[in-house]
Design a protein around this ligand. Structure first.
Ligand SMILES: *Cc1c(COP(=O)(O)O)cnc(C)c1O
Length: 416
């Protein structure tokens, strides 16, 4: 075989391992990515969590309770909405998977509710969470209130100021918000602080991590809880169209909404999967948070994955107009999917995202989150190269939370 054929065969093997559940393996690896790079003191807590997942997550009783709560409290299934005006404008058929209509306004509730219920099963007495922009903190606070567990949210002190309304929302939902003044005083420091808290009491405390990142088993756990997005989308498009879409497109921060949506279509080799990262102001150092487009392998928050760091291992500053994409890492499963070419990752800039947001809002009457707007910008570019085809866009969340940012960028008249 020539080297190319070897590479194709190896990539096929890696995808097969992912599809038939051999990844993550016993060491928590997706191919060479993932694993557990944590202090010795955290290992028992992660082992306990793994044992709890093995025992409860796929057990019919737990799945039944979770499905009932997702339906009755969180509003699932979310609709798959046709977007005919956007489709006419772009020359393709567009469907939107409406996670903005899930309780608390984004996909994050799927993960927060599932983990809060798991915490209850494991006998935890308190739940801790980290948050950047506050969206995961709000989802965690709501889920913990519903499950009846106290919730403590670590949040960088800079983020507390930038996102004051979300701090108030969390407090109203009964959570305690702890401002973190160490490190970079944003999401990265908040995760470090949550991990420290967890180490000090791994039995009574449950750590509710917010994206498909971190040490094993979190990337797996979060993906399993978000996979409901892809399962619903696949059966909804089959019911409405009688066939699969040509492409499925989602925005990628840590990667939880994208991995959940993509999982419904990974085995369908004819469906193109496209992840859109935050291209920010451009390709320069510190101007974006496009991890898979500009990053290199390394370790962050307990996991080996692609990340934005320099040759000395210093994590780079990141920038994005959307707080939820502004993270220098990405989940290990995405790093595998990028390396084997099953998912293509591209970027959309701040300006492209704003433009796409205005287009969706004015043509379809739906104001997407700024994170989500990156997926729309990517879809618009895809459409220009694929006339007449069909696409599902993961509408990960609603944009009301972004009004303070949006009011600094009035809509251009020509966006429709
Ligand atoms: C948090 C957030 C994201 C980014 O997180 P992922 O883990 O990459 O999904 C995307 N969209 C919305 C609406 C969010 O709130």
């Amino acid at each position: 075989m020539n080297p190319d054929a070897d590479q194709v065969a190896e990539n096929d093997d890696l995808l097969a391992a992912l599809l038939d559940g051999r990844f993550p393996d016993k060491r928590g690896r997706f191919g060479s990515f993932g694993g557990r790079y944590v202090p010795e003191t955290l290992v028992p807590a992660l082992d306990r969590l793994q044992a709890g997942i093995d025992r409860h997550l796929h057990e019919p009783g737990f799945q039944e309770c979770l499905s009932a709560e997702l339906r009755d409290w969180a509003g699932r299934p979310t609709p798959l909405t046709p977007a005919p005006a956007l489709g006419r404008e772009w020359g393709v058929e567009v469907w939107l998977k409406r996670e903005d209509l899930a309780h608390t306004g984004a996909h994050k509730i799927n993960n927060a509710l599932g983990q809060a219920m798991l915490a209850g099963m494991l006998g935890a007495r308190r739940v801790i969470a980290e948050t950047g922009a506050g969206q995961h903190g709000v989802a965690s606070a709501a889920a913990c209130a519903r499950v009846g567990l106290p919730c403590i949210v670590y949040m960088g002190s800079i983020d507390c100021e930038r996102q004051a309304p979300n701090v108030d929302r969390m407090k109203r939902l009964g959570a305690e918000v702890v401002p973190v003044t160490s490190g970079d005083r944003t999401l990265r420091a908040a995760i470090d602080e949550a991990l420290r808290d967890w180490v000090s009491d791994p039995v009574e405390t449950y750590y509710l991590l917010g994206s498909a990142v971190g040490p094993h088993p979190y990337p797996y756990l979060v993906r399993e809880l978000q996979a409901v997005i892809g399962r619903e989308s696949r059966s909804q498009i089959m019911e409405r169209c009688g066939r699969l879409p040509d492409a499925v497109i989602a925005c990628v921060g840590g990667g939880s909404n994208a991995i959940g949506l993509f999982h419904g279509f990974l085995a369908d080799r004819d469906v193109s999967l496209l992840g859109i990262e935050a291209g920010g102001r451009g390709g320069g150092l510190g101007d974006n948070s496009a991890t898979l487009s500009h990053g290199r392998p390394g370790v962050l928050h307990g996991s080996y994955s692609i990340l934005l760091h320099d040759e000395h291992g210093q994590i780079q500053e990141t920038h994005s107009i959307s707080a939820g994409l502004d993270y220098p890492g990405v989940g290990p499963e995405h790093s595998l999917l990028a390396s084997i070419g099953r998912v293509e990752y591209q970027t959309a800039s701040d300006d492209e995202a704003l433009d796409a947001l205005d287009q969706c809002a004015s043509l379809e009457g739906i104001l997407p989150a700024l994170e989500t707007a990156h997926a729309f910008a990517g879809a618009r570019r895809w459409a220009s190269q694929n006339p007449g085809k069909t696409v599902i866009i993961g509408l990960s969340g609603r944009g009301d939370k972004d009004m303070p940012t949006l009011s600094q960028h009035p809509p251009k008249k020509d966006s429709r």
